[in-house]
Design a protein around this ligand. Structure first.
Ligand SMILES: NC(=O)c1ccc[n+]([C@@H]2O[C@H](COP(=O)([O-])OP(=O)(O)OC[C@H]3O[C@@H](n4cnc5c(N)ncnc54)[C@H](O)[C@@H]3O)[C@@H](O)[C@H]2O)c1
Length: 257
């Protein structure tokens, strides 16, 4: 085998949730560059325009499905529409869509807690289940979930987010245990603190963000590209003997006291 094929996604079909911006969009660009056909699912109305831009800039085929993944019906409709666009085959699912909501635990509105869990954890379960059924029937597939530093540690004002991302890491192991022997690998990536819209206000507040920044050994916030290349690795043949793991991409944050 030509070893360059280890990192190729030529002929692969991928679904990426949360692909309208941030890390999901960058992952889509990397996948296209490495040969995959991609379908993005996101609730942003701008998604068709984003998909068109990626296709113009990077070539390849980028489909889009506008759907809200925070409830079961939206997930089912969104996934079915994506599978129609990809003509029934699915090699890679990236569960990237996610939200954050900051609030002291004592005052945290339960509706906000539910919303965070709905999109960050419940959507990961249901979409993985739907993708898993197709991949198990094919005898092959790769699922990559977005975990977080809060899968390992907990911060302040992030009780729901921490619970959801701890759940993502454990769910990744549980699905992998059942499916790895049948050709389907399930892994997660745990980004450190990445400069995206989700964090813009927080990073700009030097005082608030210093507590985190001082622990980043590399001395800079992460970029979507830092994470997208690791997702690419987890989607490609190069990672064929990896499953059930959550890979931190954090500039040294977890290693620091
Ligand atoms: N930015 C970070 O520092 C960081 C760190 C660790 C983990 N993460 C995780 O990485 C993933 C991507 O984060 P990001 O920073 O790129 O965020 P982002 O806010 O830039 O992008 C999130 C995307 O998810 C979509 N989305 C949100 N709710 C949705 C819903 N109900 N239905 C469909 N789409 C929905 C948004 O429209 C958006 O395109 C998330 O799961 C996040 O929790 C981010």
């Amino acid at each position: 085998m030509d070893k360059r094929e280890l990192f190729s996604l030529e002929g692969k079909k991928a679904v990426i949730t949360g692909g309208n911006q941030g890390m999901g969009r960058t992952v889509a660009e990397y996948f296209i560059d490495y040969g995959a056909e991609v379908c993005l699912i996101d609730f942003s109305k701008e998604l068709p325009q984003t998909a068109g831009e990626i296709q113009r800039n990077n070539g390849g085929i980028v489909h889009s499905v506008v759907e809200d993944l925070s409830h079961s019906e939206g997930r089912k409709k969104g996934f079915e529409a994506a599978m129609e666009r990809l003509e029934g085959r699915l090699d890679i699912l990236v569960n990237c869509a996610g939200i954050q909501y900051l609030c002291d635990a004592a005052d945290y509105p339960f509706s906000a807690y539910r919303k965070v869990m709905d999109i960050n954890l419940d959507a990961v379960f249901e979409l993985s289940q739907m993708a898993g059924r197709i991949m198990l029937a094919q005898g092959s597939g790769k699922i990559i979930n977005f975990a977080s530093m809060t899968s390992f540690i907990a911060g302040l004002q992030v009780s729901a987010y921490t619970a959801s991302k701890g759940g993502v890491m454990q769910l990744t192991k549980a699905l992998s245990n059942e499916w790895a022997g049948r050709g389907v690998q399930v892994n997660a990536v745990a980004p450190g603190y990445i400069w995206t819209k989700m964090n813009e206000d927080f990073f700009s507040d030097k005082e608030a963000s210093w507590r985190i920044f001082r622990r980043i050994a590399m001395g800079r916030w992460g970029r979507p590209e830092d994470v997208a290349s690791v997702v690419l690795f987890l989607a490609a043949k190069a990672s064929d003997y990896m499953t059930g793991v959550t890979v931190p991409v954090d500039g040294g944050f977890l290693a620091m006291e």
